[in-house]
Design a protein around this ligand. Structure first.
Ligand SMILES: O=C(O)CCC(=O)C(=O)O
Ligand SMILES: [Fe+2]
Length: 182
């Protein structure tokens, strides 16, 4: 347990997926043709998002292995149903996600966000929006780990994965969310 107060709850647990199994999931996802390069407007220019992404609905009857197994596992671990699976692929040390909070407007109140990490360990920064210097966590997200963030933490904290100076292999994250019905 990293945080549990009025600003929300953040739980980090390693080895919720065994090392060998996490490695097999990583290998399969890395080699699969699901990855997309998103573009985003920034400073009036369209830029590549600095990582590859993918998305599945949990209700997708064609959910490919290992996402079907991962979904069942995360459901069992958290007691949450989840209806959305977002994937991020950080190819190397140059890939990143900028500090942000997940968009609350899209998400169903009262349901956490669960992140499963696969592949290389990358550091996540978690910063309180008002007291970034005092209330911060630097978390090394190990393969096979689960990070659970309650939705209210997204009001009070930003999180991100910075680029890093030292070479690193690919990392994949699976983000399980409960989206509002469209
Ligand atoms: O890769 C991660 O662990 C974090 C990804 C993330 O913050 C997101 O997809 O919103
Ligand atoms: Fe996020």
């Amino acid at each position: 347990m990293l945080l549990d107060d009025a600003s929300g709850r953040i739980v980090y647990e390693e080895n919720v997926i065994g090392a060998q199994e996490a490695a097999r999931w990583h290998e399969r996802l890395l080699d699969s043709p699901i990855w997309r390069q998103q573009r985003r407007m920034m400073y009036e220019r369209e830029l590549d998002v600095p990582r590859l992404t993918s998305h599945f609905s949990a209700a997708d009857p064609g959910l490919p292995w290992p996402l079907d197994v991962a979904l069942e596992r995360v459901r069992a671990l958290t007691g949450e149903r989840f209806n959305s699976i977002g994937l991020n692929l950080y190819r190397n040390e140059h890939d990143s996600v900028a500090m942000h909070n997940d968009r609350l407007g899209d998400l169903q109140e009262g349901h956490p966000i669960a992140l499963i990490s696969l592949g290389a360990t990358r550091r996540m920064h978690i910063r309180n929006k008002k007291h970034a210097a005092a209330r911060r966590l630097d978390l090394d997200l190990a393969p096979g780990s689960l990070l659970l963030m309650s939705l209210d933490t997204q009001l009070h904290y930003d999180h991100g994965i910075p680029k890093q100076a030292h070479p690193v292999g690919p990392r994949i994250s699976l983000a399980f969310r409960t989206r509002k019905p469209e």
